[in-house]
Structure formats: C-alpha cells, structure tokens
Write a protein that binds this ligand. Sequence first.
Ligand code: SF4
Length: 240
Amino acid sequence: MKIFGIIDISTIDYPKKCSAVVFMSGCNMKCGYCHNYEHMLENTHEMTPEEVFNSIDLMFAEAIVISGGEPTLQPKALKELCIIAKRKGFPVKLDTNGTNIEIIKDLIDNKLIDYIALDVKCAFDKYKKITNYDGEKIKKNMLELINYCKKNNVFIECRTTFVPNVMDEKDIIEIAKSVKNCDLYTIQQFDNEHAWKDEYKKIREPTTNELVELGKISTQYLKNSDVVVKSKDEMINIAE
Ligand code: SF4
C-alpha cells in the first residue's frame, strides 16, 4: 500500500481516545486548501498493510485512524489494514471524501469500521469548482452513506473546512440541511499557511467567533446531531 506518513500519537483525530494515524496516498479530489496534497506527492512510500501496522508505535494508541489522501482509492490495502487493526482489538476510524461509498459499505458490512469522518466540502453546486468533482453525485453518495451508518450503528461525523470568500453562511445552511441525520457536524478552521494553491494562501483565515456563529446557525438544522467547532487552538461544543 502507498502511504505518506504515520503519526503514533494523536489526541485530536479520534474523540476521547488517543489514536495512531496512517495517511494513505492518492486523492481523486484537488481541494485548493489541502495541506496534504504536495506532501502526499513527495513523500509516498510503498509498504504492505502488515508492515504499516507493525511500524506504528502502539504504546499509547487506543484506536487507529486511517486518513489520506483518500484511503478508498486503495481498497484492498485499506481492507487489509482494517482487518489487522480490528484483529488486534482497536476501534477503527476512516477519514473519507465520500466518493467511493461501495468500498466503505463493504467495510461496514464486515464490521471493520467504527467511525467515519466524512468531508462535506461546500454547497453541492460549488463542488466542481472547489474539488474538481461532481456535486450532485457526491450529495447522493453522502446521504446514502449517512443512512447506511445509522442503520449499522457506525458513528458518522460530517465535517466542513470553512474557507472565507470561497464559501459563506449559505453553504453551511445547505450542508447542515443535507446532513441532518449525522451524529456529529464539525466546522473546521481553514489554514491558509499550508494550503497548496497560491490563491488559497491569500485568503484570510476565519476567526473563532465566526466559526462559532456558523456553528450556532447550523444547529437550527441539525436537531439530532452534536455540533462542534474546531479552531487551531481549541474545540468548542455548540449547544443549541
Ligand atoms: S479530499 Fe482531502 S486529501 Fe483530497 S485534495 Fe481534498 S482535502 Fe486533500
């Protein structure tokens, strides 16, 4: 499998658990604000899933997070890594952009996934421009995946990186209305310093207060979900 990094200890990638994170290479989107895009192209290594798992220092990890890139682009390796992690007794979280839901449904059917964090990038009519991917297709996928997770007792988080100028309050309202059945909705702070496209480096970062206001707006449409705002320094739970 192709990976571009492993973090042995993270306290922010799996709620309430210390986790190890594996970053799988390759992505079928091209988000201008991605802070892994160039890193992924430059630092990819080829290893077997077993070698990957064995190279994690598991001294503190209570869960395994598989991130990317888009992990579902390497379905066989992804499944093998999940099997190894589950066999060793670790809960598994998958970070995904939601493009390959049949692969994720197969992992769910085989009880290999406990938690999915699904990126919802923007209002669906902006998807083509921001990610180079068809928005209507992605919306259909996401709604199907949320329902599938709910039916199968897999925790589903939807999350949006809020990029001022490129998106606004209307995007958050449309997203919140669409993903209203998820367990958790997270609005994350855009990081201009590490964006790979120059035009995104010039966009200002949103303030924590702006994110909190957007979080509060989203709660009106997310009656059954928790809402969290993540800035660079803090994580804030938004009560309705
Ligand atoms: S989907 Fe994620 S990994 Fe892929 S380009 Fe967008 S932000 Fe980067």
